[in-house]
Every structure is written in structure tokens, then in C-alpha cells.
Ligand binder design. Structure first.
Ligand SMILES: Cc1cc2nc3c(=O)[nH]c(=O)nc-3n(C[C@H](O)[C@H](O)[C@H](O)COP(=O)(O)OP(=O)(O)OC[C@H]3O[C@@H](n4cnc5c(N)ncnc54)[C@H](O)[C@@H]3O)c2cc1C
Length: 445
């Protein structure tokens, strides 16, 4: 009977974390630091090989909500002091954070950044307003005509420019932004820190059952027949979150649900004015519906901002989907070529095809469930890599609060953001919330 347990020589875990991506590893670190015995179970062979490895790794602070902005700003500080955050030894190779800043044109589509600027002012986040001349100076060859509304590539009017919208004459430069060039390494860094704090990891192991006993969660069963007991189980499975919530039988009680969405990012040679630029550039452009960031010194990486004219490829089964490139990558490349006339588009394409785990309002779910002992950190909606340092702590706070008897659904817990001296209500991330009308309803969050 007992030979089906994980490892009899090890103490049984207090918490099973399903998933060892950037969020699952961050949670392992936070709980282990609190003296709680964790076990991450992941179907892949190493941490960070799920959607984390495909991440653009953009770290930015402008969000459409106060809570989103505050969490991102707090997390930014920990990317800056990553080695201290991890308490990593001096010789450990760490993921590099390249602080490039992030330049965002103020356009009708992003409401001229009014909400973002309001929250930045409230939180004292540094930013500068740049005029057209400064934008040109910074980006080199750039066409500042408006191309709105964002059009699909096969629209005969694609690239013709707007007849009604004014040219772009202002952009906001957010200083506290940049990118992590190796997201999987960042995840490995978190896993190593968690292990130093006592966390354990089980790889090549797929969870196929959430076990229950006496009205609460009791552990998990694995595809290889093993069963592991624990009084707390957390779903941090990225694009698989919907599948695991269905296994737990908690999906019916959630107002906000999650779905996997196909995403393609493309890597192109940087235009001459941007090639060799250090530390690089991030340009997030809702007028053409795409963003780019430097990718090393020779390339840029382009991603989509998910506009309604684009077909959304929702994926029901993350084990069975078409992971080939489609026209999506090309559409984004040509959209950015409207803005950057010097951008060359080679016939041989490089990039990545992956899945977002999208919540109904593109704001994550960090919450308990109606099944006692079962929690979820999911719906990261293509925008939570940056928050990884804080999401682990936030979830650890929530789990400890709930396991100590707090009724989080009735009276949402508060969470302290120590570096920026703010606190947020974790009710913001509730599975039972209504759609948050302030959300951009896109990857911008
Ligand atoms: C293309 C792309 C670009 C992105 N760009 C950015 C960005 O620029 N900035 C930003 O902030 N965010 C970005 N994101 C979002 C960010 O990368 C994700 O929010 C984050 O990586 C999610 O981490 P995770 O740990 O929740 O999920 P994952 O990294 O997907 O980890 C989940 C893990 O669960 C495991 N798992 C699943 N099912 C099971 C099972 N049944 N049993 C055992 N293990 C299981 C998987 O193997 C996987 O390792 C991007 C995402 C994508 C896909």
C-alpha cells in the first residue's frame, strides 16, 4: 500500500504544487522560506519548460488597473536585485534583467494612457512624456502616422494609414522596465533557491487526479500509478489550468475561467537604427497592434496585442493542437513594418509558437477554491512572468491565511507590497469576481 507514496524516506509534503514554471517555482520558494514542506510535480523534465520558456520576458509597470500596476512595480524591484531576492551564491549564473525602459505611444486606442499615467502618478512611478521629435530620435527611421484601426493582413486597406486619427505626437517612456533575456534560466534560479530552502521537485510526472477525502483535498495521483498525499494542492499549470481545475471539480463555481490561446512571436533582424543598441528598446504600439523588444543586439522580437480583427485560436486540449506557425507571425511583422519602414522581413522565419493561459478578463486568478485545501494561480494571460517574484509570496500569504481559517471569499485578505509601501486587496484576483471592466482585455492587462 505505502509503496505507492512518493518517497518514504522523505517527509510527506505539506503542499503539492502542480507545475514547475516560473509561478510554481516562485511559490515553492515563498512557502519553503516560511518553513512549509513543498513538492512541485511537473510533467516536464526540468523547471520552466512549459509556457515560461516561450515568454518574451518583458518587465513593465504600466497596467490598466491600480492593483496590476502596483504588483508589477513591486516585482520590478526584485528583478533589479535578483541575486538578493534569491539569496543566490556569488558564482551562480543568474538570468539577466536588461533595463531598457519601455516606450508607449499615446493613442486613441490606449485612451492616451490616461489610466496608466494616473496609477503611475499615484505610485510615484518614474516616466517621461516624449514628443514626436524625441520618439524619432530614439527609434530612428519611424513612421508616426496613425494606422488605426488595427487591420488584418488580408484587409485591402492594410498599411494605408488612418484617414481620421491624428499622427502620433506623444509617447510615454516608462523608465522602470526592461526584459529578462532567458526566462527559463530565471525559473531555474527560483527552483534552485527553493531547493536551498528545502523544496523538493518531482519531474517527468503527470498529475491525472486530484484526490479528495472528508470534504477536502487529499493529494494527487500520477499517470504512472503513484499517489502522493498532501492536505494542500495548488494548480499552477499555466495553459493546463482549465484541465486541472476540471479534474478538481471546481470549475463550475468560478465566475472567471481560463482558456489556452495560441500565440506566435517572431524574431527579425533589427532595423539599422536599433541594431547594436544597448541596453535595447521596448516599443508597445496599440496603434499598429504589436510590440517589439530588442533580442540581443542584432534582432528584435515582435509580439501581438491581440486585436479583435485577429482570429483568436483557442485551444481546448493543450496536448493536441497545431503548434505550427500560421499567418499570425507575418501579420505582426508587417504591422510593425508600418511603423519601422527599415524593417526587413526575411523569407526564413524565426520565433516561437506557444500558449497563453487566458482568464476571461485577462487578469489572473490567484485564489482558493470551493474545495478546501485546493488553490490556483492561473489565468496569467500572457502578462505575469514579470510578477513572478511577488506571485509566490502573494499565494503563500493567501494559502496560509485560508489554512488558518480566514474566510477569504467573504473578507478578502490584504497583501503588503513592502518595497513600494502599498497594500492591495487579494479580492482583485478572486475567481468569483465579475469581469473587471478596467482591464484592457488584452495581454496589456
Ligand atoms: C509567448 C509568450 C510570451 C509571453 N510574454 C510575456 C512577457 O513579455 N511578460 C510577462 O510578464 N509575461 C509574459 N508571458 C506570460 C508568462 O510567460 C506566463 O504568465 C508564465 O510563464 C506562466 O508561468 P506558469 O508557471 O504559470 O506556467 P508554465 O510555465 O506553463 O508552467 C506550468 C507547468 O505545469 C506543468 N503541468 C501542466 N499540467 C501538468 C500535469 N497534469 N501534471 C504535472 N505538471 C503539469 C507543465 O509541464 C509546466 O511546466 C508570455 C507567455 C507566452 C506564452
Amino acid at each position: 500500500m505505502s509503496d505507492t507514496r512518493f518517497d518514504l524516506n522523505q517527509p510527506a509534503p505539506d503542499v503539492i504544487i502542480i507545475g514547475a514554471g516560473i509561478l510554481g517555482c516562485s511559490l515553492a520558494l515563498a512557502l519553503s522560506q516560511a518553513g512549509i514542506k513543498t513538492l512541485n510535480i511537473d510533467r516536464n523534465a526540468a523547471p520552466g519548460l512549459g509556457s515560461t520558456s516561450a515568454s518574451t520576458g518583458a518587465i513593465r509597470v504600466h497596467y490598466s488597473t491600480f492593483d496590476g500596476t502596483a504588483l508589477a512595480y513591486e516585482s520590478y524591484h526584485h528583478w533589479l536585485d535578483w541575486r538578493d531576492f534569491l539569496a543566490a551564491p556569488a558564482d551562480e549564473e543568474l538570468a539577466a534583467f536588461h533595463q531598457t525602459g519601455c516606450l508607449v505611444p499615446a493613442t486613441a486606442d490606449n485612451h492616451f494612457l490616461r489610466p496608466q499615467l494616473k496609477y503611475c502618478q499615484q505610485l510615484g512611478i518614474e516616466h517621461q512624456r516624449w514628443d514626436g521629435a524625441q520618439i524619432r530620435d530614439y527609434l530612428g527611421q519611424v513612421d508616426l502616422h496613425s494606422f488605426a484601426p488595427v487591420r488584418s493582413f488580408d484587409d485591402p486597406e492594410f498599411g494605408q494609414g488612418s484617414t481620421s486619427a491624428a499622427d502620433i505626437d506623444e509617447a510615454v517612456y516608462f523608465t522602470t522596465a526592461g526584459y529578462v533575456s532567458d526566462p527559463q534560466l530565471a525559473c531555474l534560479n527560483l527552483a534552485a533557491a527553493a531547493k536551498r530552502a528545502g523544496a523538493r521537485f518531482l519531474h517527468n510526472a503527470r498529475v491525472i487526479e486530484i484526490r479528495k477525502a472528508q470534504g477536502r483535498v487529499a493529494g494527487v495521483s500520477l499517470a504512472d500509478g503513484r499517489r502522493i498525499d498532501a492536505p494542500v494542492v495548488v494548480n499552477v499549470t499555466g495553459p493546463y489550468s482549465r484541465t486541472i481545475n476540471a479534474l478538481a471539480g471546481v470549475d463550475a463555481e468560478m465566475n472567471i475561467k481560463t482558456r489556452a490561446l495560441k500565440q506566435e512571436k517572431t524574431v527579425l533582424p533589427a532595423p539599422p537604427a536599433l541594431a547594436g543598441r544597448r541596453p535595447g528598446v521596448i516599443w508597445s504600439d496599440s496603434d499598429v497592434g504589436a510590440y517589439f523588444r530588442s533580442h540581443g543586439e542584432a534582432d528584435i522580437l515582435i509580439g501581438s496585442q491581440d486585436f479583435s480583427c485577429d482570429p483568436m485560436v483557442w485551444v481546448d486540449d493543450p496536448d493536441d493542437w497545431d503548434d505550427n506557425f500560421s499567418q499570425q507571425w507575418q501579420t505582426q511583422a508587417f504591422r510593425m513594418a508600418q511603423r519601422l519602414p527599415d524593417l526587413g522581413i526575411p523569407s526564413r522565419m524565426r520565433g516561437v509558437v506557444a500558449l497563453y493561459d487566458v482568464a476571461d478578463d485577462w487578469i489572473p486568478i490567484y485564489d482558493r477554491s470551493d474545495l478546501p485545501g485546493y488553490y490556483m494561480a492561473c489565468g496569467s494571460s500572457g502578462n505575469q512572468f514579470k510578477n513572478a517574484p511577488m506571485v509566490g509570496r502573494l499565494m503563500a500569504h493567501l494559502i496560509q491565511g485560508c489554512e488558518n481559517g480566514h474566510d477569504h471569499d467573504r473578507e478578502p485578505l490584504d497583501f503588503q507590497l513592502e518595497r513600494i509601501g502599498q497594500h492591495v486587496s487579494l479580492g482583485f484576483y478572486s475567481r468569483k469576481r465579475s469581469i473587471n471592466a478596467q482591464s484592457s482585455m488584452s495581454v496589456v492587462g
